[in-house]
Ligand binder design. Structure first.
Ligand code: SF4
Ligand code: SF4
Ligand code: SF4
Length: 348
């Protein structure tokens, strides 16, 4: 174990712990712009700098490992000045677009500039304007807002294992794209949207059909209803309508989603969605109560079984139902109807 002091507090953590992790265990928050514990320190531009007694530089808390007897200060005037300088340099290559940027309210850069009262860029713009890539049906990439943190590259390669994104060009000119600057639609992208979920700014954004501000939404923790993996997510709701989805850190998904969980939520509020049972009467579908609908199902199944035998009936069950419901469907077919004609959409 390593003993150190952070902001005057005694902290004892295992060897190999970073200053950022040690501070967290002591309940001290060191601000970060791009850090993600699943990906480790990312990019050159994080603001998680701290002061360490005896050192002349300002090491990054997310990549500096604790040492015995270390004395760390996380929010001195000198540290704040370095953070301001970093933010000012980032703004030199980032449009001051908060009035109309759809990420406003959920942007880490905006949040930190507000915290440290950084209003304008320091230094000169080094990057040329590039066109937005909106060739993917679910999200777009605006390279002019990219802060080159590399989180999208890392999540795509290490967690989604798709390796679609990389940095194209070098130094201050670098930007994120599929190799050789090709369009996303021409790449191997599987549209999982995990790059969109980790982007700290408005560079990778969902193509939302709704106009909303993030502060108008209410997150509702739920389980994805599309398949048996059971990914956890927060649906962001405005006026009783889902407008965006954020992956949650569930045991099955660890903050990731696939294309269905992330983007395919339109069915929930779709006007064609059936919300009441319908029974065809005289060739026309009519709304009925559940009791009446069940009576029709039971009488038709009985009638068919009596007339043509149990093997004239088959059931096709769904991965969007629970395991227990699929089990009950198998019981209904095998034990009640008396047929083995049961299958499941996962075998389509
Ligand atoms: S959507 Fe998924 S596969 Fe496509 S670039 Fe982003 S992380 Fe990679
Ligand atoms: S697109 Fe977003 S996540 Fe990717 S490098 Fe740029 S700022 Fe970082
Ligand atoms: S997000 Fe994808 S993998 Fe996860 S439960 Fe939904 S459909 Fe299944």
């Amino acid at each position: 174990m390593i003993n150190l002091k952070i902001d005057g507090r005694d902290v004892c953590v295992p060897e190999g712990t970073t200053i950022l992790e040690a501070a967290e265990t002591a309940g001290i928050n060191i601000p970060t712009l791009t850090y993600d514990p699943r990906l480790g320190p990312c990019g050159d531009w994080d603001v998680c700098v701290v002061e360490v007694e005896g050192r002349l530089d300002f090491p990054k808390a997310s990549s500096t490992v604790v040492e015995e007897g270390m004395v760390v200060r996380t929010e001195t005037p000198a540290v704040v000045n370095v953070r301001k300088a970093i933010l000012g340099r980032i703004l030199a290559n980032h449009p001051l677009d908060c009035l109309t940027c759809p990420k406003s309210g959920a942007c880490k850069l905006q949040e930190l500039c507000f915290k440290y009262d950084v209003k304008e860029a320091t230094g000169v713009k080094t990057r040329e304007e590039r066109p937005i890539d909106d060739t993917n049906p679910f999200y777009y990439s605006d390279p002019n807002k990219c802060i080159s943190c590399g989180k999208c590259v890392e999540v795509c390669a290490k967690l989604q294992c798709a390796k679609v994104l990389s940095f194209v060009e070098k130094g201050p000119h670098k930007y994120v794209s599929p190799p050789f600057g090709t369009a996303i639609a021409q790449s191997e992208c599987v549209s999982c949207g995990n790059c969109v979920s980790v982007c700290p700014v408005g560079a990778l954004m969902p193509k939302s059909k709704e106009v909303f501000r993030y502060w108008e939404t209410e997150p509702v923790r739920t389980t994805c209803s599309y398949c048996g993996v059971g990914c956890q997510m927060d649906v962001l709701v405005k006026d009783n309508k889902i407008v965006d989805v954020r992956p949650a850190d569930g045991p099955a998904n660890g903050g990731l989603l696939c294309v269905k969980g992330k983007f395919a939520y339109g069915f929930v509020n779709h006007p064609d969605r059936l919300k009441k049972p319908l029974v065809r009467k005289n060739g026309k579908l009519e709304e009925v109560t559940w009791e009446e609908a069940f009576d029709v199902v039971v009488s038709k199944l009985k009638e068919t079984k009596e007339q043509y035998g149990p093997d004239s009936i088959a059931a096709f069950s769904s991965a969007r139902a629970l395991n227990e419901e699929n089990y009950l469907m198998a019981k209904l077919m095998r034990a009640v109807i008396g047929t083995n004609n049961i299958d499941h959409c996962a075998r389509l």
